[in-house]
Design a protein around this ligand. Structure first.
Ligand SMILES: [Zn+2]
Ligand SMILES: [Zn+2]
Length: 155
């Protein structure tokens, strides 16, 4: 596995929740959807899709926030209320982690971006591939392969 320089440390804004990543991400994306704009308070969200076996909360106890949907849980710091990661039945075996929380996030560039139909004026991400809505299910194989080959790596 080329250049991942694992493990990585991460923390929320206040430092109560600390996390480690010990396995490489399988995808990196930006999402311009309205929900992500509201969840982040910014123009778009950034995600690293991590195998749940390679991700751990090492201190603090994240709580569920966001939309409180049974099938997909948005996890937050209980103190500073940072959005940390998302997990649930629509992501079996994976978590969607917010790479803004990494100690070293200098190398993060999303490989693809979604919901550009809802993009805020001027919001650009550097992604190589863009979808107006969500990627069609048939594209995931191609995205996984492309990211494994060409995705950004730590410097
Ligand atoms: Zn979104
Ligand atoms: Zn916090």
């Amino acid at each position: 596995m080329r250049g991942w320089r694992l493990p990585w440390n991460a923390a929320c804004l206040c430092g109560e929740v600390k996390m480690t990543v010990t396995a490489p991400p399988v995808l990196s994306a930006a999402c311009h959807c309205r929900d992500c704009q509201k969840l982040t308070g910014g123009a778009y969200s950034l995600t690293l899709m991590l195998p749940e076996t390679g991700f751990a909360v090492v201190s603090g106890a994240p709580v569920i926030g966001g939309l409180h949907r049974a099938e997909l849980q948005h996890r937050f710091c209980p103190r500073c209320h940072n959005w940390l990661y998302t997990s649930g039945a629509v992501l079996p075996g994976f978590v969607n982690f917010r790479p803004t929380l990494l100690e070293d996030r200098s190398w993060i560039v999303p490989y693809f971006e979604t919901k550009t139909a809802e993009r805020m004026p001027g919001a650009t991400t550097g992604a190589k591939i863009a979808y107006d809505h969500w990627p069609p299910p048939d594209d995931f194989g191609k995205l996984l392969e492309g990211y494994a080959r060409d995705g950004a790596r730590p410097a």
